[in-house]
Write a protein that binds this ligand. Structure first.
Ligand SMILES: Nc1ncnc2c1ncn2[C@@H]1O[C@H](COP(=O)(O)OP(=O)(O)OP(=O)(O)O)[C@@H](O)[C@H]1O
Length: 271
């Protein structure tokens, strides 16, 4: 078939193509290209590009001020980039959506400090996080309750929190609170989970447990992006590592490869 360039006046113009600077957009759950963000003239992100595949685990490392938090903020809609592409699932332009709409798409974010409801039990914390209407007047309430209980059981099992189900969140250790919050995010069945410094303040054994938990979540098909400074933890994640520096990608590869990269040693690991 020959396509004529002389379209009739009544034809609907196709949507403008997303400019991806030549990088393939297919098979990505998250795709950033040429993203820049300035605060009062200071470039926090500088032509940042990043591609995460569905179900991939990725660790993001880099010195203080490298732009890690700003990058997460651009993905969740907290910060609007001054330019560049931020696409979810190959098709959704995140720069056009607000934070609530982005969360609805299936992007969960865990901040560094645990934010659980201290006065509720572990089970009730997860119940509150579940998706969907929970009106007690619904004819389907009994059925919905059963499904909710099953899902709570499932996520508490994954997070190894089953034995703490009836405890008040306030009585949990710091590590357990972090796992509870991860379980709460998991209850929402996110396609992409953004996790900010999850092992800060954890004991060594809690740190190793957290790596296992995130790997298990990833193995179940959720993509996980983890920002972390703890190199032992990053090594334990056993995934591709992206090193940010001055708002751009400095290096990308296995932990072994980036650890011997001269520039990475100079700006970050050698400090
Ligand atoms: N709202 C803001 N206003 C002005 N400058 C900001 C703002 N947010 C971030 N910055 C600056 O942008 C740069 C990147 O900050 P960002 O918090 O993204 O870095 P980071 O890699 O997360 O650092 P850290 O490891 O310390 O958390 C820093 O120099 C920071 O001071």
């Amino acid at each position: 078939m020959t396509v004529s360039a002389d379209l009739p006046e009544t034809s609907v113009a196709p949507p403008p193509p997303v400019h991806t600077h030549g990088t393939p957009l297919t098979n990505t759950i998250l795709y950033l290209d040429g993203v820049h963000v300035s605060f009062d003239g200071f470039r926090a992100l500088n032509q940042l590009s990043l591609a995460i595949a569905p179900g991939e685990m990725r660790a993001i490392i880099g010195p203080n001020g490298a732009g890690k938090t700003t990058m997460m903020d651009c993905i969740t809609g907290k910060t609007k980039p001054d330019g560049g592409v931020v696409m979810f699932d190959g098709a959704v332009d995140l720069t056009q959506l607000d934070e609530a709409a982005i969360a609805e798409l299936g992007i969960g974010r865990k901040f560094q400090k645990p934010t659980v409801f201290e006065t509720l039990t572990v089970e009730d914390n997860v119940r509150l996080a579940l998706k969907g209407p929970r009106s007690p007047w619904s004819a389907l309430f009994g059925e919905r309750n059963r499904i909710a209980r099953e899902r709570i059981t499932e996520v508490l099992d994954i997070a190894r929190m089953t034995e703490h189900r009836d405890r008040l969140a306030a009585d949990l250790s710091h590590g357990q609170k972090q796992w509870l919050e991860i379980a709460m995010l998991l209850a929402q069945d996110p396609k992409l989970l953004l996790v900010d410094e999850p092992v800060a303040g954890m004991t060594d054994s809690e740190t190793m447990e957290t790596a296992k938990l995130l790997k298990k979540i990833c193995a179940q098909g959720h993509a996980v992006v983890v920002v972390e400074h703890d190199m032992l933890f990053v090594r334990e994640l056993d995934c591709k590592v992206t090193v940010l520096h001055e708002g751009s990608t400095l290096a990308e590869g296995s932990i072994d490869a980036v650890s011997v990269n001269e520039r990475v040693v100079e700006v970050y690991l050698g400090r």
